[in-house]
Design a protein around this ligand. Structure first.
Ligand SMILES: [Zn+2]
Ligand SMILES: [Zn+2]
Length: 326
């Protein structure tokens, strides 16, 4: 940005022979000298504004650039958009604040020019996602940005991150007012996938006890001891009660906790190999590795969301139209 002196707002020149000056509601921000031709190439809305029957289109020339007021547009996001559209790529920042990106995304919807900013947005969203450790609601916002700008690959990755990461606050309703489109179904679907992942994790930790309870040897003391040991091991690993704990950790974190998960066969055990608690599905010394195996399967089956499938309301990969392989 140039000068922000309230007395003399600076003129940012994006095109020396520009024929339009954009100004903003607050009057404090820089005005922008731009080329109506460059803006028209990127945006059909600008094209209509500059060539159609609007008042702005009368007598455009670089000798006396016409002032165009954009009272509802964010000045900083508009400068950024204009730099990209005028191919001033050396003046485009490599990193960007997410709130500015939201404003830019909003502008792209208004002016129908998402295509022009896609290469930059793809880079920014990926970069912001990699620094989203503190989270708050950053990742949910990135999902909506990726959707609005039609960024297939970032959308897939952001959706996967949302499904995999424990959500500190599922209340994202206030985000829905940012954009004109209704994204409630999308956010609801992500939430359902997260819940489904939790159910699968719970299922793995419950199912592992089935051989000890339902295979007809439940009255043996070695089997009963295994069941007791299991709950003690869960608590020792910080995973008890599973219904509460499993939803608080990522799969790698749960894997790590399983490292301390040790169970032994009872000293009283007289079971023969393949029968009772010495069977291939019910050896208590194997529980840790069996759980790890199950978690790996769940991990492998946890996927992102394909933007193209979502838009087409399709369930399965289509090599013709899916931009992300899944
Ligand atoms: Zn036994
Ligand atoms: Zn797809």
């Amino acid at each position: 940005m140039g000068s922000t002196d309230p007395e003399a707002p600076g003129l940012v020149i994006l095109e020396s022979y520009g024929d339009v000056i954009l100004n903003f509601a607050d009057g404090r921000s820089s005005r922008l000298l731009v080329s109506s031709n460059m803006l028209s190439r990127a945006s059909p809305v600008f094209r209509a504004m500059f060539t159609g029957g609007f008042a702005e289109s009368q007598g455009l020339s670089s000798s006396s650039p016409r002032e165009v007021s954009l009272p509802e547009d964010d000045p900083y996001a508009t400068v950024l958009l204009c730099r990209i559209v005028h191919l001033k790529h050396n003046e485009v920042p490599k990193t960007i604040d997410i709130e500015l990106l939201i404003q830019l995304t909003w502008l792209c919807d208004k002016y129908q020019c998402a295509l022009a900013v896609q290469p930059w947005a793809m880079y920014w969203v990926t970069e912001l996602l990699s620094h989203a450790a503190e989270r708050t609601l950053q990742v949910e916002k990135l999902l909506l940005i990726a959707y609005e700008l039609d960024l297939a690959e970032p959308f897939y990755k952001v959706a996967e991150a949302l499904v995999r990461e424990p959500s500190p606050d599922a209340n994202v309703l206030h985000l829905l007012n940012i954009f004109q489109r209704d994204h409630s179904k999308l956010l609801e679907t992500i939430k359902e996938q997260r819940l489904s992942l939790n159910r699968n994790l719970m299922g793995a930790f419950e199912h592992i006890m089935h051989p000890y309870l339902y295979y007809g040897f439940g009255d043996r003391s070695c089997q009963q001891e295994a069941v007791g040991q299991y709950f003690v091991a869960l608590a020792g690993a910080g995973l008890y009660p599973p219904s509460e704990k499993l939803s608080q950790f990522t799969i790698p974190q749960i894997m790590h906790k399983l490292g301390s998960f040790k169970m032994q066969r009872s000293a009283e055990c007289r079971c023969k190999n393949g029968v009772g608690c010495k069977g291939s599905t019910s050896d208590p010394t194997d529980i840790q590795s069996q759980l790890e195996k199950q978690l790996k399967i769940i991990d492998k089956n946890t996927k992102g969301l394909c933007l193209d499938c979502w838009n087409a309301e399709r369930d399965t990969y289509d090599s013709e139209s899916c931009r992300v392989r899944h």
